[in-house]
Design a protein around this ligand. Sequence first.
Ligand SMILES: [Zn+2]
Length: 449
Amino acid sequence: MKKSIIAATTLGMFAAGSIFAQTVEIGTWAGFRKGAASFTFDDGAPSHVTDAGPMFKKYGYKATFNVVVNWNPNWSGFQGLADEGHEIASHSNTHGNNMSGEEASSKSAIEGKIKQKYGVITVAYPNCNVPNESAVLQNYIVGRICNGSWKGMADEMGKDGPSNWAQVPATMTGAEGQLKSTNDFTGRMQKVIQSNGWAAFLTHGFQGKNNGNANYSPTDINAIDGALKWAQQNDKDIWVAPMGHVAMYLKERKASKAEASSSGGNITVKLTHSIADNISKYDYPLSLKVKYDGSKAEVTQAGAKLESKIDGGYVYFDAVPNAGDIVISGGTTPPPSSSSVEPPASSSSAANPESSSSSGHHWGPWTQSSSSTTAIAADPASLAAVAVYRTADNYIEVSGAQGLEISVFNSLGHKVRETRGLGYVQKVFTGAKGMYIVKVGNRTFKTRL
Ligand SMILES: [Zn+2]
């Protein structure tokens, strides 16, 4: 999109050899899509596990499920959703009129039940009442309100997101809400495609399903099914992803600097930001495009292969800020050289007994010595949070695999991809339809494209 950030740098000509400045563009949204949409579900309904989960899986999309601790939701069912890459988030302990005082305790209570990479990073306020904002922002990257119009704002956000991350609007769906039919949902998605913005939807239970305590404003599940089908057909324009993922992307995109230079036939890109808090590592991959006149390209980051495509004189790929140099080369898979590829952080294997057992000597000729690369360490607790699934745009994606080796095998047992987990999520392979085996660290997953 033309409204994307353009980050370019002109390097001096003092270095040895020829170095040319390159232009890097960061996509407004993942995959250079034009708009973003997040589906959120409140109150931890049984139907979220039994009906919403399979529906989202059918289309390859992920949602956010906001559970109420004291309503004792189907924890193993919601863990199953987390294991498929969905976000499990807070909707307080008690669902009182105002959740003030439960900001930190509901987060830790859910984290005690649900294993996911960063734990609980977003919250939806019960009864739409904003609690203590500073307590929210100390614990969450998003505090979600209800309809923006209720607070005198628009329901949809622009490309720069909300004016206040403790008041992120979402439009109510169902009987008491503004969005009832598939056309209502697709109308909002078309609107953010036009505006390069972000729309979030707030759904409780579904008409005629087992909703437990989520009996307010039931929504016709077929309306959402139709919305997801439309989104998949328009996936090049609309990015459907959980609240926390879109928030991470947006915050990183606004804070990141991308600098590229070319030398000796390779292009090197440095992608960095300095945002930091105690909630997220802000390592959601950003989508980049770099001017490129070759017909084939091999893109790596810190030596790990990235999925890429060439289109219209650009090479497109997703890379993780602060995760090491990105190198674009001519596509014949040259062995990484010590000058262009930084070794993985030595702390990676030391910090993770499970991954050290298969420590990556076959990744490249580097040694586990000095490195300026940011540590990419997987801690043992996070191993439980690895998820492997197909995306709507037909990639195999992994989440929660930072620092782990990833191999993809086809149904004949041939290894078709070898890389290493870099960020919160990572596209690792796309290819012919069929069943694939994905090895992440010492765990094995089966998935179908
Ligand atoms: Zn609620």
